[in-house]
Design a protein around this ligand. Structure first.
Ligand SMILES: [Zn+2]
Length: 346
């Protein structure tokens, strides 16, 4: 499919991660940014920033408007005085889960307060996007959530894990063992998980056994559903941002689930450049395909918990953002990434 042309190669390779010294891995772990979303205050412009950095941050702010402000946290580290907070993963994992909910006729939220899981129903079972932190999450939040919504957890045939961090793969083994669910990750992240995990935490389930590997432009099919695999390198080098159809009555929409948002890889310009390129490319693909739904695997970025509550009280579906807003979201992320990258080069 022409829309999924090969992305421009960057100078980054997975090997650079694999060959990272133990010391630098420890430094990464110490950052505590294993997670993909930290609850934090928005940044303020600092005097120490160069005009070019300020231009990118202003462009991000302009694109964010008032509805996409949550994404602006990405720009905070462009401020040389900014000190990243150390998130307490145990506390984030322990947050009680919001009620599960139906976002579309074929898409259900079955995640936690901090990290999300989404269930796409098809004519031949369920595709689960991400499996949360561990077996306990898989059982108490995802399985229970599916049951509450009238769905059968044994119908989870496929789990697409967006990327190889434990808050997304930790519960996958539970479904694989209990229901024989197949686990899909990018080849790149399977290799990262098998060779050298970028992050780990005692509360995370072990990485699932290597199963189905996919690459950019691939498709995952189940029943009447086809999920297009878009690889958006940066957060990990094999992050999957799946694109698929969602339905509301007779209305059809095209959804993009952004698979890895935070810049949690230390000061690695090649990797951040990959993120800049990935957001620009995704924006182009979203525009061509008329993507009008943009969701995340951390509800702090997409407000899915609040949107589900709003949806339950009637009115227009708040998950349908429109193509222009989806483009703006990708612009916010792109400009924030450019701001931080520019600040590193200053
Ligand atoms: Zn992550």
């Amino acid at each position: 499919m022409s829309l999924f042309r090969q992305s421009t190669p960057t100078s980054f390779s997975a090997e650079e991660v694999s060959s990272a010294s133990l010391a630098s891995r420890r430094a990464l772990l110490k950052m505590g940014c294993a997670c993909c979303f930290a609850l934090a205050a928005p940044y303020a412009l600092a005097d120490a920033m160069t005009p070019e950095v300020e231009r990118h941050l202003a462009a991000a702010k302009q694109a964010a408007g008032t509805d996409l402000e949550a994404l602006l946290v990405l720009g905070r580290s462009a401020d040389p005085n900014f000190k990243a907070p150390t998130p307490d993963l145990a506390k984030l994992i322990a947050l009680s889960a919001p009620p599960p909910g139906k976002a579309f006729d074929n898409l259900y939220f079955v995640g936690g307060k901090w990290v999300s899981a989404w269930a796409l129903t098809t004519s031949d079972g369920i595709i689960l996007f991400d499996a949360m932190n561990n077996d306990d999450d898989a059982e108490r939040t995802i399985e229970q959530g599916l049951k509450t919504l009238g769905l059968d957890p044994s119908h989870v045939k496929t789990i697409i894990v967006t990327h190889g961090h434990g808050d997304h793969y930790g519960g996958a083994g539970h479904f694989a063992r209990k229901y024989g669910s197949r686990v899909v990750l990018s080849e790149t992240d399977w290799t990262m998980m098998e060779t050298k995990l970028e992050f780990d935490h005692p509360l995370w389930g072990r990485p699932p056994k290597r199963d189905v590997g996919v690459a950019d432009g691939g498709k995952v099919r189940l029943g009447d559903a086809t999920v297009d695999i878009l690889i958006t390198p940066g957060h990990t080098m094999g992050t999957i941002s799946p694109i698929f159809e969602v339905r509301s009555g007779s209305q059809k929409h095209r959804a993009l689930l952004w698979g890895g948002t935070a810049f949690n890889f230390g000061r690695n310009p090649d990797r951040l450049q990959a993120y800049v390129d990935a957001t620009a490319r995704a924006r182009e693909i979203a525009r061509q395909q008329g993507v009008d739904v943009f969701i995340s695997n951390h509800s702090g970025y997409d407000g899915s918990v609040e949107k589900l509550a709003a949806l339950a009280s009637g009115g227009a579906n708040p998950f349908v953002l429109g193509a222009a807003t989806v483009e703006r979201a990708l612009t916010v992320m792109n400009e924030c990434a450019q701001a931080v990258l520019t600040s590193w080069k200053a």
